[in-house]
Design a protein around this ligand. Sequence first.
Ligand code: CS2
Ligand code: MG
Length: 402
Amino acid sequence: MSTIERAEVFVASPGRNFVTLRITTSDGVTGLGDATLNGRELAVASYLRDHLVPLLIGRDPARIEDIWQYLYRGAYWRRGPVTMTAIAAVDVALWDIKGKVAGLPVYQLLGGRSRDGVLVYSHASGTDVPSLLDDVARFRDLGYQAIRAQTGVPGLGGSYGVRKGVVYEPANSSLPDEQPWSTEAYLDFAPTYLAAVREKFGSGFHLLHDVHHRLTPIEAARFGKSVEDLRLFWMEDPTPAENQEAFRLIRQHTTTPIATGEVLNSIWDVKDLITEQLIDYVRTTVVHAGGITHLRRIFDLAALYQVRTGSHGATDLSPISLAAAVHVDLTVPNFGIQEYMPHVAETMEVFRTGVSLANGLLDLDETPGLGVEYDEKAAERFPYDPKYLPVARRLDGSVHDW
Ligand code: CS2
Ligand code: MG
């Protein structure tokens, strides 16, 4: 029987910080898992190196479910982003190994293709409305069928979602960048720029918007109502989702579809949102919600309640996560959409994958496993570069949800 012989954790910053787990079996087969938690990378690296790796050596890599249960129940302290990201990295690496041993791409082990390609959306942004409209036009010209639109709020300094460089990178400073926030200014302005997008480009494509946890339920209800005629594909994270029942109030007032879940880490965190149909899309991911094994459980529960998938896919999820997400997205019956932000060139020097984009759809080649390679020598050229996500403060100085 093949056993787990080695498990190595790599922390590097090719374009941005990533934590990568590589498991090697006694037969020399390797599997990769993403363990990146933006702004808290070393917590997961330590959880893996100091607490999980010693438990993996000598185990049968084929026993994916047993290892998942062992790491989840055996921790005693359950759930949360650090624990579930570490378990996810192990889980995805073991699926990678299983695919390589079977000589099949992981999606074939998950039931095979349900669709020819994975519909994606990407991020259009601008410091003002004209530059946002130019960016939307750019993505339309690139063939995207779904586009997220975000821009700064006049009078507020930094604003969520506005790209500065080639890609949107929010973790941009060695201490948290404190950004001003005004809900009133946002609620007055955001509907106008989303309307400007629809007015210029019509309704022949999916338009998405990320509220990013910033409203109270009644404010989110007001926002949802104000954009109903714009036919958003979804309003994302309208209010913090720790209190799942808060979404009942939003649901009572608006038909604008709701997506949430990127910061949530287990089926328990989204159970009521799904079973009460308080959301239309669940955004949990292979990297922050326990890996392929647990994500499939969440997506199967969602399917019972006609909730579709809409996994998070920002650049702080590594190309390993994107590839694993596409394997899952190709197979699940209740697929909705996949977030996709192309990684920068330095990142792709270190991670090589078989993921391809055409006409706004992602696909994979037939490489066994995940189809991803990690070049640790190249990674050594990009040492870890600690960065924090911003903090939002209201105009009175109090902390707000960023
Ligand atoms: C955002 C992310 O892509 C999204 O939907 O919510 O950009 C999020 O802000 C980052 O992933 C945080 O690291
Ligand atoms: Mg988001």
